[in-house]
Write a protein that binds this ligand. Sequence first.
Ligand SMILES: [Zn+2]
Ligand SMILES: [Zn+2]
Length: 267
Amino acid sequence: MFQSIFSMLDNVVSTMQTLLYVDVVQPFLFKVGWMDYDEDTFDALYWVIVGVLEVLVMYVILRLLEALRPAEKWQDRKGVRVDALYTWIVKLGILNLFFFLTFQPLFDSFQGWLRLHDIANIELDNLWPGVTSQPIVAFLIYLVVLDFVGYWYHRMEHKIGIWWKLHAVHHSQQKMSLWSDDRNHLLDDVIQAVVFATVALVIGVPPSQFVVLVAVTNLMQSVQHANIRVHFGWLGERLLVSPAFHRRHHAILHTGATSACCCRSGT
Ligand SMILES: [Zn+2]
Ligand SMILES: [Zn+2]
């Protein structure tokens, strides 16, 4: 069932990818003489479509909640627009294109090196055959591992001076909204993308699950930043970063440690 939801989503995105590529992107590449980037652009397009769908889902759900149950009432949403712009720049694939065109060849050779040295065979899903090999269990394990990595990545952003200077861009926003998660220094975004992709590669996350993991993580982080008054309940508040919890984190405007445990990797 879980696997069939994955393949159904993958089919929808792949169909859109092919249509968009054949009708729009390929004729454009041909016209401007960039057919050398043909294959990489096709791969990157998949992530662009996922990014756009993600923004649409996020906007429909969270914007409605922000209107109905705001945590803070603002006179206007002026300062928020720049974060929306950041989000579109990131999600529309500038980062993806950069990643695919520059890091993909490096990643391919890194993957070959891992295989050669038997490191790529950590395969967390085989820890307990029959249990952890169930797609839903494997997915949850990957989610926790990547969340843990995200948590430490975030702690280092606050601890290491130069890194904090990049992360300070994220914390400089006074009006936290559904768009604020993507308000980051582009260099920080690139470093984070490389770290996450490397860890995913080492623990053996299948590419189809990696796309969904990134989408789910992004969506959870957008919820954390949304201007909504919501309580996740006794257990939920302990397992996930709620908007109220993350609001408190954003009040820390210096290089201090963040108080959060695993499964709480908000940025
Ligand atoms: Zn944040
Ligand atoms: Zn932070």
